[in-house]
Write a protein that binds this ligand. Sequence first.
Ligand code: 5AD
Length: 339
Amino acid sequence: MQISEIHQWLNERNPDKLATLWQRADDCRRQHIGDTVLLRGLVEVSNICRRQCTYCGIRAGNHTLTRYRLSRHEILACAKLAADFGFGTVVLQAGEDLGLTADFVADVVQAIKEETGRAVTLSLGERDEADLRLWRKAGADRYLLRFETSNQELFQKIHPPLPLSTDNFGVRDRISMLRMLREIGYEIGSGVMEGIPGQTLEDLARDIFLFGKLQLDMIGCGPFLPHPDTPLGRDAAVSPNPMLSDTELPYKVIALSRLVCPRANIPSTTAIATIDPAEGRKRGLSRGANVIMPNLTPIQYRTLYSIYPNKAASRETADETVATALRHLRELQRPPENG
Ligand code: 5AD
């Protein structure tokens, strides 16, 4: 699919035409993946972050937030919970927290693999090649790093470089990091936010085209949700991106992602469940998605991983979150799968 065609679909507002897009994406998903939905357990291991991303509630500059980092014991308990639920994968996500040292993460990954036999996905931000290699050696299978937007100038604005750093980690660097991760032997996942102030539909069309070029193994996207304790959240409260008036946009992105990467694992994300708690998850799964990532973070930490406000499931126990996910699958008549 060319950028222009993707762009045209992103602009499309005619419900009959859109129905054909949903159908194409759903057919493509069924043909390449089947009807099963992968359940993957998400563990938010630390909300400590050295970065100052202007959109994100756990940015270093947000001094209103209580910070936490799970212990080895707590992380392993979450991984065992995932295994008990029958999930095939544990996803360890955190802010860019150097307190999660290379050795600590390697040890935890190895322990999860030994004690549960599950696949491990890491999503720990921009880390050194040596760390990424060590974790791969320890048994980590996949790495998630969203490039957030392929618009280089916009990315620099929302993702300032580290202080005292001579490199200015731009979107190109995230993309080269993704390529490096694949070379090291990881499956790679990425994604973007929709409706960042200053982002255009053309930018978004380029993002989706890039998913296809990178042949991503996993693609996770969701709408930008303004956080009041962030610079971009305050700007957006005054002048939101007009593209967010299109409530179908997140589903268009899922459907088009499916068409450019037919075999990718595409979650119906928490951000989508947040904007439409009743139907969002299910709508995503009917329009190209095939993964749900129930949050298994211990309840006392959940509200602290506040990358955006009113995050879905932030006041639930793991049992409740998983029960909701399974109910959604029953309603859709889609069987859960371990993977
Ligand atoms: N709104 C929506 N998504 C956000 N993320 C971070 N902050 C926000 C926000 N305010 C997303 C980013 C990041 C992922 C973990 O969460 O895309 O990569």
